[in-house]
Design a protein around this ligand. Structure first.
Ligand code: DQA
Length: 141
């Protein structure tokens, strides 16, 4: 089993970006935790971050045929990227949308996700552990 993990814009700055909201765990730490949990679960984990909508879509299209599931934190693209939503829908893979923060407890513009309707499920507000829980769910399924 192979799981693709996509991180959207500004997530490369985790650790120093608004740590009171996103915590002090870096993206390198998150990816390492996912790879390690993947080894335990027998799941190959492939991770990618881009600040660009097209970069995420290119990666998704390139990796979809050799992936069995997607974990994605689309960052702010969550709230308005129909292009990313269309690319995820076209991939026809079980997809878990992850947010570090509880987007429903924040500004109103974060309450709406254009990704959620085509996602299998969503985890919001559980910090970096949300990614690991998403991986465990995909592996168990
Ligand atoms: C986020 C929430 C988004 O609203 C925000 O734009 C992000 C991070 C999260 O992980 O909590 O960049 O996806």
């Amino acid at each position: 089993m192979r799981v693709m993990v996509l991180h959207g814009p500004n997530l490369n700055m985790l650790g120093t970006r608004e740590p009171e909201i996103y915590g002090r765990t870096t993206l390198v730490d998150i990816d390492a935790a996912l790879v390690q949990r993947g080894v335990e679960l027998g799941v190959e984990v492939w991770t990618f971050q881009s600040n660009h909508e097209g970069g995420l879509i290119d990666a998704l299209q390139a990796e979809a045929s050799r992936s069995d599931g997607v974990i994605i934190n689309p960052g702010a693209f969550t709230h308005y990227s129909y292009a990313l939503r269309d690319a995820l829908a076209a991939a026809h893979l079980p997809t878990i949308e992850v947010h570090l923060s509880n987007v429903y407890a924040r500004e109103p513009f974060r309450h709406h996700s254009v990704i959620a309707p085509i996602a299998t499920g969503q985890i919001s507000g559980l910090g970096w552990r949300g990614y690991v829980l998403a991986l465990e769910w995909l592996a168990a399924r």
